[in-house]
Design a protein around this ligand. Structure first.
Ligand code: SAH
Length: 214
């Protein structure tokens, strides 16, 4: 018997393809990852709908399409070191962990991080290093990274973060304040920083980055 969840998962993968996710490695990582384990039990049956869902503490697990879009935009080959700011449920972290060498992830809310770490253990993902902290300034001690992915909306992206990325690396981040329009930006770092490429990947809606710095 084919499980209902397998059918829902197959439908989700077809939806993602029709929305422009064409990288088979990204689609396979999504197919291999049980999204329900990242969710509170009352939302398990919605795990394979293409929607963001609440994970407590006024935070959300990202929509599978957005996770796929952000991951695809990194064009991962498998040997990259990535910094993620905003672990949340750990779902995006887990997808990245399957496609790269190591993922560092920082989350400001301890209970969310503890939950995410339990999920990494369940899935036997051993290349994730995660910590509680304010990621507004990145993780300078561990820089440089091949890529930085920010999964909460940042009002202004500046060199304090971008300086932590290697030449030809990228930063993917929702930029904008929560009450105004946010745009998903992909910044490719160039040797001559004046030549950095700023691509726009469309309108998005993320929870805000909250910080004690600024
Ligand atoms: N990709 C995640 C989405 C997490 S929502 C997922 O799929 O589950 C964004 C997360 O960013 C929230 O958990 C929030 O607590 C966290 N966050 C907000 N500001 C932060 C900061 N300054 N440093 C680290 N994490 C932060």
């Amino acid at each position: 018997m084919i499980l209902e969840s397998h059918i829902q998962k197959a439908n989700l993968i077809m939806d993602l393809r029709s929305m422009g996710i064409s990288c088979n490695k990204v689609l396979s990582a999504i197919e291999a990852t049980p999204r329900e384990i990242f969710l509170p039990s009352n939302f398990h049956s919605y795990a394979y709908q293409n929607n963001p869902l609440p994970i407590g503490f006024e935070q959300t697990i990202s929509q599978p399409y957005i996770v796929a879009l952000m991951t695809q935009a990194l064009s991962l080959k498998g040997n990259e070191i990535i910094l993620e700011i905003g672990t949340g449920s750990g779902y995006q972290t887990s997808i990245l962990s399957l496609l790269s060498r190591r993922v560092y992830s920082i989350e400001r809310l301890k209970p969310l991080l503890v939950n995410a770490q339990l999920c990494f253990k369940k899935l036997k993902l051993t290349n994730i290093i995660s910590e509680v902290g304010d990621g507004f300034l990145g993780w300078p001690k561990l820089a440089p990274f091949d890529h930085i992915i920010i999964t909460c909306a940042i009002e202004k992206l500046d060199d304090r973060i971008l300086n932590q990325i290697r030449v030809n690396g990228t930063c993917i981040a929702p930029v904008g304040s929560p009450d105004k329009e946010q745009r998903l930006k992909k910044i490719t770092i160039r040797n001559n920083r004046k030549d950095d490429l700023w691509d726009d990947l469309g309108k998005v809606s993320f929870v805000p980055l909250i910080t004690n710095y600024d």
